[in-house]
Ligand binder design. Structure first.
Ligand SMILES: Cc1cc2nc3c(=O)[nH]c(=O)nc-3n(C[C@H](O)[C@H](O)[C@H](O)COP(=O)(O)OP(=O)(O)OC[C@H]3O[C@@H](n4cnc5c(N)ncnc54)[C@H](O)[C@@H]3O)c2cc1C
Length: 447
């Protein structure tokens, strides 16, 4: 059988954003607010990606390394402010390390933001509508038309046949660099180690006795151990399904807690749908075993209820674009201030390995920056990438993949695309001074 693509309908816009996770949302809103005609195409039926369907929580820190100043602002801050107004998030200034909202973590969790996912979906849609973004749900990217180094259009599979969307600038926010991949652009997957951070199935529970939990976790002898001995004990008995070493739980809004403990230890190709199907099933089996263990063994959890497992597997690490510049761990540890810095970030470098988290301590107290060039694909005139797919090595990726920086890179990619359209330039040639000015005008914090 020969497979042909009959285009049913063609749409046009200035900027096409593919993927409606936190990065794509930020890219679309920032571009649309600059007066561009923007389409945001998403395969699901709502926004947020890993932040909503993946049930991950909380937003990691938006503060500097000392937890004194909020350094990720712009669309991230606006979104959180909207959520706070409808009791959909806690102010990150109230969330200090070692409390229930930061998962009782001692490291890297100062100024996190717990949020309500349903309210996040609503706020994101409202902000898109108010900014004039055209949302296209149930559009799955399946093809890209390229001539020379220029992307012409993207093709989407829909229930109604194939739709083509033409644009002047394209932003890949698919979390898997699908646009780059389908366009034949260079990308990286893992590195010479062939390792990948494990995928996880999140679950939500309620019925936790918070006071009992606080007492048990914050007891001075137990502090930082997070019931490690109980997990070890269960493993010895053959009753724990994966390599996770601790109880990892995060208090959310309105008595809901997120549990981040199920994981598939062995790396696999997270773009292979058959392997992903197996992992979804295995993740849910693990959720059932871990839920049972929490109820049996953990103080304050005797009356918990399982509310939900994640709709999609949480994929920490997938394809990354190869950009005009590759952000490295060394850049971060040395807090390099790039001339084309479009975000200032202090998220800790934490790469999940088999059961543990590999933290890389900063050499100083200064945040690091993300250069615009890490968002610009090196093979095309008009392709930017944002969110967890930006051009970085694996360890740098381990820091910038979290949601506040993903939103900052999304916002910057949106403005970069706008300037490309406005002046008819290649994405890599936009004026950095103007880019920074527009970002600052949109509330972003930059040096
Ligand atoms: C297990 C786990 C725990 C995490 N914990 C935290 C945490 O505590 N705090 C934190 O801040 N971050 C955390 N993260 C990281 C963070 O959630 C993600 O890296 C971030 O949300 C990525 O955002 P994104 O917009 O780049 O991509 P995604 O959230 O992956 O969004 C991509 C979007 O593109 C859509 N899409 C994909 N392919 C196509 C296609 N072909 N056509 C159309 N649409 C498509 C998807 O449906 C999705 O909506 C965690 C991640 C994982 C996996």
């Amino acid at each position: 059988m020969e497979f042909t693509t009959q285009i049913k309908k063609t749409l046009c816009c200035d900027v096409l954003v593919v993927g409606g996770g936190v990065a794509g949302f930020s890219a679309a809103v920032s571009a649309s607010r600059c007066g561009m005609n923007v389409i945001l195409a998403e395969q699901g039926g709502y926004l947020g990606g890993t932040a909503t369907a993946g049930l991950v929580a909380p937003f990691m820190t938006c503060y500097d390394t000392k937890g004194e100043k909020q350094i990720i602002r712009g669309i991230f801050k606006e979104t959180i402010d909207c959520l706070i107004k409808i009791d959909g998030a806690k102010n990150p200034s109230e969330c200090r390390k070692c409390d229930s909202y930061s998962g009782y973590k001692l490291k890297g969790h100062l100024g996190t933001t717990p949020y309500d996912r349903e309210k996040l979906k609503f706020v994101m849609e409202q902000m898109c509508e108010e900014s004039g973004v055209q949302l296209k749900y149930h559009f799955t990217l399946v093809g890209v038309n390229v001539s020379e180094k220029h992307i012409r259009s993207c093709v989407f599979a829909t229930k109604n046949g194939f739709y083509e969307i033409e644009a002047k600038q394209f932003i890949d926010c698919s979390g898997d660099a699908d646009l780059c991949y389908l366009a034949g652009g260079e990308y990286e997957f893992s590195d010479e180690t062939n390792q990948l951070q494990p995928v996880s199935t999140f679950m939500l529970i309620d019925g936790v006795d918070k006071q009992a939990m606080d007492r048990a976790v914050l007891d001075k002898d137990a502090r930082g151990r997070a019931f490690m001995d109980i997990v070890e004990d269960e493993k010895r008995e053959g009753r724990f399904p994966c390599g996770t070493k601790k109880v990892r739980i995060y208090e959310q809004m309105n008595g809901v807690w997120a549990v981040n403990m199920c994981q598939i230890d062995e790396p696999f190709d997270v773009t292979d749908p058959e392997l992903v199907t197996k992992a979804e099933i295995e993740g849910r089996k693990q959720a059932s075993v871990i839920f049972d263990m929490l109820r049996r063994r953990i103080p304050g959890m005797q009356n918990i209820r399982l509310l939900q497992t994640s709709e999609t597997l949480g994929i920490r690490e997938s394809r990354r674009i190869v950009g005009e510049y590759k952000l490295t761990l060394d850049d971060m540890l040395a807090s390099v201030v790039f001339e084309d810095a479009i975000a200032v970030v202090a998220s800790s470098v934490d790469v999940h390995t088999n059961g543990a988290v590999d933290y890389k301590p900063f050499a100083n107290d200064r945040p690091y920056t993300i250069p615009y060039r890490a968002l610009v694909h090196k093979d095309f005139d008009n392709l930017l990438g944002a969110g967890k797919i930006i051009s970085s090595d694996r360890y740098a990726h381990g820091a910038v993949r979290v949601m506040p920086p993903a939103m900052a890179t999304g916002q910057a990619a949106g403005v970069g695309a706008v300037l490309g359209v406005k002046y008819g330039t290649k994405a890599k040639d936009v004026d950095i001074a103007e880019l920074k000015e527009v970002l600052k005008g949109q509330g972003a914090y930059l040096y």
